[in-house]
Design a protein around this ligand. Structure first.
Ligand code: ADP
Length: 457
């Protein structure tokens, strides 16, 4: 499988996981919200019924007759109700008066039972197929023949002579009878239905949006991984290319030595020198590559320690003095009298400055000058390596820190350059929370500046 397919597959898998997780969260929240809305509507409706039933009960109780045959009295106190087994009139009822302003009048009905559970009276708008016997449950849901649902609430009625404080469970023979309040559930069911439709239509739209956003998000998540993968691939390709040239040249030289006729044996030492040079270049390149790759895994093997930059620069100047003198370059340094410390890894900082110094010597013609100076400014230690060398064109100045980038590859290769020196220097500077910058003019020279946070003792 090629890398493009692999990344596409990973992106699809990631998007799928995003979509599944977000879809599951959305479904659970939507379901929870739906349930809680239905529940709260139901509770509000039950409370309303209980309150109406309580008001009715309190209004009726003082007027209830103690006698066994309540029909005549009921006809007097509730003339609007239909009496069981008697013709019915349809004037506004007591229940309608009590429910005025609370809900639609046709929504409620009322039924009165004696203490044996026998139906005494009922509102004319009660469902036609209701049984004339009492169901001894305080709260009950019924369904009529035309599929309309009703919620019924039953409470005990006490006459003035037989008082009972509870409105809850019906209890035979301790009461005058029962008051039953019913409510048409059509508006409630319509509301629930509306919610279900909203969910049913909204859910696929939300899922579609989730799928699109998951694809986009997974693309965003994969982008840095893809970029880093491409960089790694580029790095490997460059490294292979850089290794191949000296290796090929080394092999060709060895082959030539092996085939050299006996008459030319005096050329062998010179050819072996070439082999040695190529070998060194290879070893140098491999060391740089190893440094960069190991640096990515652990920037510093040891914890950072205070390093005296004065000592570091004077040591390095001393070390490079011979090389500079051989190249007929005047190398000097400016080090302040007070000591400047930074927190870091001494050998890495040594490598950073030595890379800059080696470059300065490499790219400065005979008779040139190099000055290494150490200064401090705004709590930063500044190391500058200034040369009067060939300089770098403005367009190249941003690219010279890239791995394997060389302004003049042939010249750089001849002088043993790998194109990794400045990349390593910059990586070390960054690992020390510092910066490496360049300012340069073609034919006039370059100044490389390292800024590191100063450590005050
Ligand atoms: P190399 O090993 O080729 O020197 P570097 O990463 O150290 O690689 O440098 C990258 C390129 O930057 C070099 O090829 C060179 O062209 C340019 N360069 C670096 N330092 C200097 C300098 N002091 N003067 C002019 N050019 C320089």
């Amino acid at each position: 499988m090629n890398s493009h397919q692999l990344f596409r597959r990973s992106r699809t898998r990631l998007a799928l996981w995003y979509a599944v997780v977000m879809g599951a969260i959305l479904s659970l929240s939507a379901l929870g919200m739906y349930r809680s809305l239905v529940q709260s509507n139901w509770t509000a409706m039950e409370r309303e019924m209980e309150s109406i039933a309580g008001t009715l009960h309190d209004s009726l109780e003082p007027m209830l007759p103690a006698s066994e045959d309540p029909t005549a009295v009921l006809r007097r106190i509730l003339p609007e109700l239909c009496l069981a087994r008697q013709p019915c009139n349809t004037n506004p009822t007591l229940i309608q008066r009590h429910t005025t302003g609370i809900s639609d009048r046709s929504t409620y009905y009322i039924r009165l039972f004696d203490h044996h559970g026998k139906l005494l009276a009922f509102s004319p708008n009660q469902p036609a197929d209701l049984p004339p016997i009492l169901h001894a449950t305080p709260s009950q849901t019924l369904q009529s023949a035309n599929s309309t649902r009703y919620q019924q609430f039953t409470t005990i009625l006490h006459s003035a002579g037989a008082r009972h404080t509870s409105h809850s469970h019906p209890h035979p023979h301790s009461s005058w009878g029962y008051l039953q309040l019913g409510r048409n559930l059509e508006p409630f069911d319509a509301e629930v239905n509306r919610m279900q439709w909203t969910l049913l239509l909204g859910f696929p739209i939300a899922l579609g949006l989730i799928a699109v956003s998951s694809w986009w998000l997974s693309g965003l998540a994969m982008q840095p991984i893809y970029q880093s993968y491409q960089q790694q691939q580029q790095f490997t390709a460059n490294a292979a290319h850089e290794l191949r040239s000296p290796l090929a040249s080394l092999l060709a030289t060895v082959e030539a030595i092996l085939r050299l006729p006996p008459a030319y044996q005096h050329d062998v030492p010179m050819m072996l020198h070439t082999v040695e040079r190529q070998g060194r270049r290879l070893s140098h390149l491999i060391a740089d590559l190893l440094f960069l790759t190991s640096f990515e895994h652990s920037p510093s093997p040891k914890p950072f320690q205070p390093c005296c930059l004065n000592d570091l620069i004077s040591d390095l100047t001393e070390e490079f003095l011979e090389l500079a003198t051989t190249a007929k370059i005047h190398l000097t340094n400016h080090i302040p009298n007070h000591e400047v410390y930074v927190l870091g890894n001494e050998s890495q900082l040594y490598r950073l400055v030595s890379n800059l110094l080696a470059n300065a010597i490499q790219y400065t013609p005979n008779g040139g000058q190099i000055v290494v100076s150490l200064t401090t400014r705004d709590r930063m230690a500044l190391i500058t390596v200034k040369d009067t060398g060939i300089g770098i064109a403005a367009v190249e100045q941003t690219r010279i820190f890239d791995r394997f980038y060389r302004v003049d590859s042939d010249r750089s290769r001849k002088t043993g350059g790998t194109g990794l020196g400045l990349a390593i220097a910059q990586t070390i500077a960054h690992a020390h929370s510092g910066l490496l910058t360049v300012s340069s003019k073609l034919e006039l020279g370059s100044t490389f500046t390292v800024q590191l946070p100063e450590q005050k003792s």
